[in-house]
Design a protein around this ligand. Structure first.
Ligand SMILES: *Cc1c(COP(=O)(O)O)cnc(C)c1O
Length: 429
């Protein structure tokens, strides 16, 4: 091979995945084992002292999971990753090294609904709190920050609305106040958006969605850029102060650019236990091999559907950053130049009843609570995921009574459109 940096499509197939040294197996084997035999007592001691990299126990590291970690780090242009049992676990693992009781994050108010619940309610049990601000004005992050703020959190392309965030502007404010910007890149994937090139410090993923791509495996990932200086202030004592449990080593002095990733395994996974299973890592690796092909098809199908629905009599509005008339089109061109992803929201003229009728009338689409499958998916948030919310909360969340969310699959575009047309006709009658 030449010395040039391999292209994205090459990394998607190869990064981290050499032939198995023991057997020559070309596909990454599923190392379905809990634990690994030590060479001798000295070897075991060096592993436990974090002096030698290697495998001890699959809650900490596992060879199949490590390939997935290396591949995701390569695709995002980061230095290391920590795989987790789910996207929500990745969010906790990303914050765990940064937060102490009483600390806060400032997060965008346009986020996956599950993240708003997790951050708004359950984090309080750790003594953490989240302030939610409108990311359309990046200065809102500066206004909300206090000396207890330890991170900013945004989605590059927000679920469900098709909202694109001005990441570079928010990163600059984060760095002004000495905290990292964490970006959830689930909806865009590293194929469409590269947050580290726009100033992000840490990326989280729900690999459950487009990375695995076939709706087979729940999983998450934390990827570190390796560029944030944890010693620049006294905000991050877990990383910049001696750790008594590891003979007073200081993570940021000992591990340099791998600090965040090694903490994620040696403390985060060790103590929170949210490890990814080898089988799920294997399924996700298979999915990632075709990520570039799938994302191109998702994006072209979604744009075709968005254009069709924009001109449909039963449709009031379509929110999709790929449409030239969309509010987020310009930001989309800057941050997602290859396409605006697969997910859009659509406002139906027939309101709540039309939404319910539509999800009951589709035949090709599946009515379920997921995105990022190769199949086309639909949900009516007001009657399902967002049922508990008041009318005011529904419209603030972009999930008003008239809204349906579509995740456009990689089927033939004519079939996707035909199914929507027949379902819209039944929903209108
Ligand atoms: C699904 C999702 C999550 C949560 O991931 P799980 O794997 O379901 O835990 C977080 N962020 C976004 C943007 C998502 O779509």
């Amino acid at each position: 091979m030449s010395n040039n940096e391999p292209g994205f499509e090459t990394l998607a197939v190869h990064a981290g995945g050499a032939p198995d040294p023991a057997t020559g197996a070309r596909q990454t084997p599923v190392y379905q084992t809990t634990s690994f035999v030590f060479d001798d007592a000295d070897h075991a001691a060096s592993l436990f002292n974090l002096q030698l990299p290697g495998f001890i126990y699959s809650r900490l590291t596992n060879p199949t999971v490590s390939v997935l970690e290396e591949r995701c780090a390569a695709l995002e242009g980061g230095v290391g990753s920590t795989a987790t049992s789910s996207g929500h676990a990745a969010q906790i693992l990303a914050l765990f090294p940064l937060m102490s009781p009483g600390d806060e994050i400032v997060a965008a108010n346009k986020l996956y609904g599950g993240s708003i619940n997790q951050m708004g309610h359950s984090y309080r049990k750790f003594g953490w709190s989240a302030k939610f601000v409108d990311p359309d004005d990046p200065e809102n992050f500066r206004r909300a920050a206090t000396d207890k703020t330890k991170a900013f959190f945004i989605e590059s392309l927000a679920n469900p609305g098709g909202v694109v965030t001005d990441m570079a502007a928010i990163a600059e404010i984060a760095h002004d106040i000495g905290v990292p910007l964490i970006v959830d890149n689930t909806m865009a994937t590293p194929y469409l958006c590269r947050p580290f090139e726009h100033g992000a410090d840490i990326i989280v993923h729900s690999t459950t969605k487009f990375l695995s791509g076939n709706g087979t495996a729940i999983g998450g990932m934390v990827v570190d850029s390796g560029t944030f200086n944890w010693m620049q202030n006294d905000k991050f004592p877990s990383l910049s102060q001696p750790a008594p449990e590891y003979h007073n080593l200081t993570f940021a002095e000992t591990f340099g650019e791998l600090t965040f990733t090694i903490y994620g395994h040696a403390i985060g996974l060790r103590d929170l236990g949210a490890a990814q299973s080898p089988m799920n890592a294997f399924l996700t690796l298979l999915g990632i091999e075709t990520l570039p092909l799938r994302m191109d098809k998702h994006c072209s199908n979604a744009l075709t559907v968005a254009e069709h629905l924009s001109n449909h009599d039963a449709v009031d509005w379509v929110s999709y950053a790929g449409l030239e008339t969309d509010k987020y089109y310009a930001l989309g061109q800057r941050y997602l130049p290859k396409g605006a992803g697969a997910v859009m929201t659509v406002g139906l003229k027939g309101g709540y009843d039309a939404g319910v009728k539509l999800v009951e009338s589709v035949e090709l689409f599946s009515h379920l609570a997921n995105i990022g499958d190769s199949r086309s998916l639909v949900i009516h948030p007001a009657s399902t995921t967002h049922r508990q919310l008041t009318e005011e909360q529904l419209s603030a969340a972009g999930a008003g009574a008239e809204v349906v969310r579509l995740s456009i699959g990689i089927e033939s575009p004519a079939d996707i459109i035909a199914d929507l047309d027949q379902a819209l006709a039944r929903a209108g009658s």
